[in-house]
Design a protein around this ligand. Structure first.
Ligand SMILES: [Zn+2]
Length: 531
């Protein structure tokens, strides 16, 4: 028996075995059970999510000899012929290769004739957005007055390009990208049935590389089996995909967090020597930073069976949560800019240097001390000034504090949390007469003017100032004297400062010249991270 590729062998043949599209399956099953049939269906979604597979199952549901059903028997001659791709009344057209008006017209002319074997003549038109406008017009005529025995199943990756006149005559279903977890567990089932052993890490890597497409995942699995020559191991899959050993990434992050530029760049060199994909590395670095950030919120957020769990937790303790956010942004931006870099490794090293440049030196007390003077210079002390600009000096409890009209400073000093804190931070002082605060919040923060939040803010103000106050909050124009707006301004200034320091620093300049890159490529990253 010849080898059949997994994607074909394991193509779902029933609604029940279709992974990850339960919402579509449920709607279609109900419609079939209640015999409420539409004459045109449109399946949208990215490639490989199962649009044509779903179309074939629907064709069987409509033509199964047991009757119209959500559970086609799979054994009658109609079902078998549809599965084998030789059912005369199932006409499959790939619009990407078949857009000539004449062909389309001929196809639709035949629609007038009754089906020769089945209950319905089913037209499946894949990549339907590729049809020419005259082909669409020809199709529209049939859609406007469809003969009873005709069903259209249209599939597309790009519904925007379909004329509204056609869209409005279709029942539309959007197929979702499949989550990596669902793909991995499906791969595990397939391998179980195929009696091939696999490491779960290996399947996770394939699932991520497939980016939501089950078909791609099964093709990659085929490749991995061939590549590994037997059991699917993590090492083989990494080799096949050119993915980076997470050990390298831990090393990179540990070096960055301790401000050790030479160690970080040495790891980058080692990765280059092994021809590991920088694009992949930055993606994995982002994933690792996401885990670190999760661990910082709660260790329980990490899966118990995560292989490098202890190492992630250690990183989570040694990296400042704000830095973890910043590194994450830098990794994402670095990956996005990779195609623009002089070469991929320059882009990768620059991304690491950018992380190093933004590693705040001001809080370095808790960090490992840089080993050499050169490394110390590679870490401009960007956070030093930020520390002094932080919150207004805390006031000892019970001592009445004067209010000098600086609302942002007062707002920062208040002991409040949650929505009341947000109200304080996003509002601006409109007026103050010694007892009555009038605050304004912008339209988008309207939700914060809820009575209970205003009351909590009022109580906090009273406690802070040590005397009764009145408080009114209105929704309206805000000029920008809010804690949130100021924090954003400070963040920009800090990054500007970091860029300048990085440009002026001889050590960084030398690194940059040796990578033939320009310092102008530094840009402020991300949104308010420190507000
Ligand atoms: Zn059947």
């Amino acid at each position: 028996m010849t080898y059949q590729v997994l994607a074909r062998k394991w193509r779902p043949r029933t609604f029940a075995t279709l992974v990850g599209q339960e919402h579509v399956v449920r709607a279609l099953s109900h419609a079939l059970e209640q015999q409420r049939l539409h004459h045109a269906y449109l399946f949208t979604g990215t490639r490989g999510v199962g649009k044509t597979t779903l179309a074939r199952i629907l064709a069987k549901a409509l033509n199964c000899e047991t009757g119209i059903t959500a559970t086609p028997c799979g054994t009658c001659s109609s079902c078998l012929e549809i599965d084998a791709g030789r059912f005369v009344d199932l006409i499959e057209v790939d619009a990407a290769t078949n857009t000539k008006v004449d062909e389309m017209r001929q196809l639709l002319d035949n629609a007038a004739y009754a089906p020769s074997r089945g209950r319905f003549k089913v037209y499946v038109i894949d990549e339907v957005h590729m049809l020419s406008s005259s082909s669409f017009n020809a199709m529209l005529k049939t859609l406007e007055e469809p003969p009873e025995h005709i069903k259209f199943i249209l599939a597309t990756t790009d519904p925007q390009k379909i004329p509204v006149t056609v869209l409005s005559r279709c029942l539309q279903f959007n197929l979702k990208n499949m989550p990596a977890g669902a793909i991995a567990s499906h791969l595990e089932r397939v391998l179980g049935a195929e009696k091939i052993a696999a490491e779960s890490q290996a399947l996770g890597l394939i699932a991520h590389a497939a980016r939501g497409s089950m078909r791609d995942a099964l093709s990659l699995l085929d490749q991995a089996i061939a590549y590994a020559g037997g059991d699917v191991t993590e090492e083989a899959v990494r080799g096949m995909l050119g993915t980076v050993d997470t050990g390298h990434l831990f090393e990179v992050l540990e070096a960055v967090a301790s401000g050790d530029a030479s160690r970080a760049l040495a790891v980058a060199d080692a990765m280059e020597a092994r021809s590991l994909s920088p694009d992949n590395a930055l993606g994995e670095l982002g994933r690792l930073l996401h885990r670190v950030a999760l661990a910082q919120i709660s260790a329980e957020a990490l899966p118990e069976d995560l292989p490098e769990r202890e190492r992630v937790l250690a990183l989570a303790r040694s990296i400042d949560p704000e830095d973890a956010q910043l590194y994450y942004q830098i990794a994402l931006h670095g990956r996005r800019d990779l195609p623009l870099a002089p070469d991929e490794y320059a882009g990768f090293s620059m991304t690491l240097m950018r992380m190093l440049a933004f590693t705040p030196g001001g809080e370095a007390g808790a960090r490992a001390r840089p080993a050499t003077e050169a490394e110390a210079r590679a870490r401009p002390a960007t956070a030093a000034s930020a520390e002094t600009k932080g919150a207004a000096a805390p006031r000892s409890q019970g001592t009445p504090a004067p209010f000098d009209g600086d609302w942002p400073a007062l707002a920062r000093a208040l002991k409040i949390v949650g929505a009341a804190k947000q109200l304080a931070e996003r509002s601006e002082l409109a007026s103050w007469n010694g007892t009555r605060f009038e605050l304004a919040v912008p339209q988008e923060s309207r939700a914060l003017t809820d009575k209970s939040y205003v009351e909590r803010l009022k109580v906090a103000l009273r406690e802070h100032l040590g005397r009764p106050v009145e408080l009114a909050v209105t929704v309206g124009a805000v000029a920008g004297r809010t804690v949130a707006a100021l924090a954003e301004g400070e963040r920009r200034a800090r990054q500007e400062e970091a860029s300048q320091q990085m440009g002026a620093d001889p050590f960084v300049r030398e690194l940059v010249t040796s990578f033939d890159a320009t310092i102008e490529s530094i840009q402020p990253v991300g949104k308010a991270l420190r507000s």
